[in-house]
Write a protein that binds this ligand. Structure first.
Ligand code: MG
Ligand code: ZN
Length: 376
């Protein structure tokens, strides 16, 4: 049988792509984190919840193919589910309604922070509830402390844009640690109130800069580390504090309470990279978020009483991985919008209670499942 000239280049391509794939396998770094066969307690004492803002399946897929198949942290999780991200009023949500769903277990309107429709009644967040029960609580983000995602855990306002009001709400909950940007919303305010002085008077250690230096790591005092006065820089622009901050926060919170802790960690700028349709920025943010998740998992593996849950609040950019030119060997990330989309978001879980997170459910069920796992 003779192959036509049309088919010969096709076979050549298959052979070549096979060789390329094999060489990629051989050179790919081994995934040093092994979550198989780890034993842990029946119930978690601690929860580490990591939110990739704007991160859905396409962002994770791009990260996997950029990094090399089998090398990312996402491929290590034993339990994966899907959540539906829609808000109470719109199919396409935002980070305020998205994070409020996680924090309060209820759908709210786009733009609302820790309040519910129809009358903007405040809802108690899981961070506030657990703080009230004597657990240690903290947040680590790569945005300002008053940005929608962290704000939804600690404040109750009808509009995410009320950033100075959000800053003031930090004084209503006795959280244990905060590592984020946005110092100016605490000490250079229109109302001239210096919230940093108030935090100090309540015993908080206040530190500045992304170096995370001189923190009370023995757990003796609560702290706020403002990494930057305004928004932190991008991961591609040299920001590296998220992974070490995650590790520091886990170890610190463990020392703050015998009852356990709740830590929210946000890879905030995955969303901003996708709004800008900037693939290099996205690549760097995903790599950085991957490292932060690894720090959480390393702590969980060693600790044995920690549930780690990773998800995004919504997709952003309508990202598709399309074949590059005529070749199917490589992909080109193509954005179809500069705003969010309604695609479902994967949920990754590890540790005691992780099995609750398999299946397809509402974003609000993340809160319900966390409460169920804790037995609280
Ligand atoms: Mg956010
Ligand atoms: Zn966004």
């Amino acid at each position: 049988m003779r192959y036509s000239k049309v088919w010969l280049p096709f076979f050549h391509k298959v052979l070549l792509s096979g060789l390329l794939l094999c060489s990629a396998c051989a050179s790919a770094p081994k995934n040093e984190l092994n979550l198989q066969g780890v034993t842990f307690a029946k119930r978690p004492k601690n929860i580490i919840f990591l939110i990739g803002d704007g991160m859905a399946g396409a962002q994770v897929s791009a990260h996997i193919y950029w990094s090399g198949v089998g090398t990312t942290v996402f491929e290590q999780f034993p339990v994966v589910g899907f959540q539906k991200s829609h808000a109470s009023d719109y199919l396409v949500t935002d980070s305020a309604a998205g994070a409020t769903a996680f924090a309060c277990g209820q759908k709210t309107k786009v733009g609302a922070i820790g309040v519910l429709p129809p009358d903007e009644r405040p809802c108690k967040t899981i961070l506030e509830e657990l703080d009230g029960q004597g657990l240690a609580t903290g947040m680590v983000t790569t945005c300002t402390a008053t940005h929608a995602t962290p704000a939804s855990y600690i404040s109750h306002l009808e509009l995410r844009a009320l950033t100075e009001e959000i800053a003031a709400e930090y004084l209503k909950t006795s959280f244990d640690c905060l590592i984020a940007g946005g110092e100016t919303q605490f000490n250079q305010r229109y109302d001239k109130i210096n919230l940093i002085d108030t935090l100090k008077s309540r015993g908080y250690v206040i530190r500045r800069g992304p170096g995370l230096r001189n923190l009370p790591l023995d757990g003796s005092r609560p702290f706020v580390n403002f990494t930057h006065e305004m928004e932190p820089p991008t991961a591609s622009g040299g920001r590296t504090y998220l992974p070490p901050a995650t590790k520091i926060a886990c170890n610190f919170l463990q020392k703050r309470s015998d009852k356990g802790f709740f830590l929210m960690v946000e890879g905030s700028q995955i969303d901003w990279a996708c709004h800008t349709n900037d693939k290099s920025w996205l690549k760097a943010e995903m790599a950085d978020f991957d490292k932060a998740i690894r720090e959480a998992l390393r702590f969980a593996v060693e600790n044995g009483e920690t549930l780690v849950v990773v998800t995004g609040d919504h997709e952003c950019g309508g990202l598709a991985l399309v074949a590059q030119g005529n070749s199917r060997k490589y992909f080109t990330p193509v954005f179809s919008t500069r705003v969010h989309s309604a695609t479902m978001v994967p949920v990754y879980a590890f540790g005691p209670g992780a099995e609750l997170f398999s299946g397809t459910y509402e974003n609000t069920d993340i809160y319900v499942k966390m409460r169920e796992a804790l037995g609280r």
